[in-house]
Structure formats: C-alpha cells, structure tokens
Design a protein around this ligand. Sequence first.
Ligand SMILES: [Zn+2]
Length: 350
Amino acid sequence: MNAQPAALTALLLPALLPALLLTACATGGGGAKPGGGADGGADGGDGGASDGGGDTGAAAGCSGDPFSRASLQADISRLASPEWDGRRPGTPGDAAARGLIEARFACLGLEPLLASGEFQEPFVDHKGRATANVLAALPGRDASVAHEVVLVSAHLDHFGRGRLGANDDASGLAVMMAAAQALAAGPGPRRTVIFAGFGSEESGFEGSEAFVTASASEISPADVVFNLNLDMVGSYSQTDIVYALGTMDGTPGRRAIDALVGDFPSLNIGLGDWSNESDNVTFCRRGVPYLFFWTEDPECYHLDCDTEDRIDYVHLVEIAALTGALVTALGDTEDDLGGAVRRGEKVCKG
Ligand SMILES: [Zn+2]
C-alpha cells in the first residue's frame, strides 16, 4: 500500500484524478487514510543480492491446503520476520523474500515468465536500489482466450529498519502464493494467469511499472486483461470489512465477485469504490480493469507495529479462498475481458 502524496499522485495520474479527490480516502469509506506516503529514508542502493539466510520454507507451501491458517501463517511469519527486516529493496531481506517466492513458483510447476527462463525480472528503482519482480505463468488451456492474461499481484517490498510489513504486504504475498498453489493443482483456467510479486511498490508502483514497460517477458504485458491486486488483506477485524476496490457498476470485476459473495457469508465485502493507492494503478491507467482487495489498518499502517501477531487469520483464510475462487472465475469467464480493455471502458474510478 502506498498512500501517495497528492503532488506525486498528480504526476502519476495527470488526467485521471480530479484534484478534489487526490487527498480523499480512495475507498469512499469515510475519512482519509492514515499517514505514511513515500519511503522517507535516503536509503540509496545498498546492494545485497545475497540470500538473507536459511530455509525459505518454499517447499512447505507446495502441498496441503493452500488456504489453511497454518499455510498462510507460515508464509507471513517468514516474510515478515525480523531477520528479513521488512524486505526493503536492495537488501538481503528483499533478496530472500524474492527467493522464497521464486522457489514456491518453481515447486508448483509454474512457468518462468521471462524469455531468459528466469522467474526474476531485475530493475533498479528511482533510489538506485537493485531489486526485481518475481513472475510466473500458468498457461491457459483454451486456445481461443489463452493469449489473455489475468494478473494476480501483491508487492514484496516494505520499508525495513524495523518496519516489517506483515499486513503490508506479506499478507497479500501469502494469499497470492496460495491462489497459485490452488490453481496449479487443478485443470487450469481457460486464460493464462500470471502471478506476480512486485518490487518497490512503496516508492511509487515501480515494479509494476517496470513489468509493463519491459520487453523481457515471454508474454506481453499488453495482453493483461484483468488485474487482481492484493495489498493489506490481514486486518479485516480492524473495521470489519474487506474492500473489493475497482468494482464499480458494470465492470468485469463487479460481475465476477457478485457471483461469489453469497459463498462467503462471513465476509462483509465493500463493493463499488475505487483506489489509486497500489499497483492496480499501473494497470487501470492503461485501461485494464482491476479488483483490489484491501483491509484498512488504522492502528499500524506503515508503522513498526505492523507485525505478524496482529494478522486476523480468521478472516484472512476466507479472503484467500475468495481470491482463489475469483481467479478461477476470471480465468474461465465468458465475459469478454479483452474486449473491455479494447473498448477503453472506464476502469480507474467511479
Ligand atoms: Zn504500503
């Protein structure tokens, strides 16, 4: 999650956001988000491509129930461990987190996305920090729509220096990997699904921007027809709601989730609002519909207290199962996702 300062948001989205809304709560759910914003540290590239150390636990997440509390907790505990210190871009903790995601993708049998055969797409962010996206594909099984890509994303970076980012966004990464495990175990959807751990989100959606502008992928980023983004999904109990942002009336995401909400009666799902505060921005500004799962965390957003012990696993397992169902539904839908992109339907906000 990256609550942009208004000026930076204006730079990123020059034509899309009325000034009136720049500082408003993107959810429409009442009040501005808690502070935060850009990573304030003058932390230039501090290198560190080395493994942050030890067993990543990747293999443990390749079997069993992907949506169990134990599985999700194991991933969040590792990703948000003090040893990995918040996965700040360019640090050993960042490299270790990328290593965990890559190993998970590999043991699930997913395909590397890059033409080089690598899972990691390196880039240098605007602070000079060398980091990477971790990208894998589950090829579509229906030749008529396999060229269309449903992208499931979460961001792998946080601030470090004591800010461990358990909710922001180890929770999203854990759910993204759980969905990958669930889909890899099945027949696979009609469309191609790409799973992405994006780097340097907190400094301005830099990993997702690098992804869409790169030419190293086997699959063109221009073929992405839907983005399901997960950022801060572990704090449901703070406000007793999970937002499914970007689900304005008439959008493909709204149609897909409307068909599933009845299966998850324990979740209060906020529909219809929009957001300009995570990697979904990179896609919506290019006309790609999105659905962004987010739970508010007024107490610990971007603070040292965003730790694993605060994660609401009771609801996280439900959000993870809903995510898995939604990815399958979007992958298989008869809805013309590609057509929605080509027609330039309004997808960034209401
Ligand atoms: Zn954040």
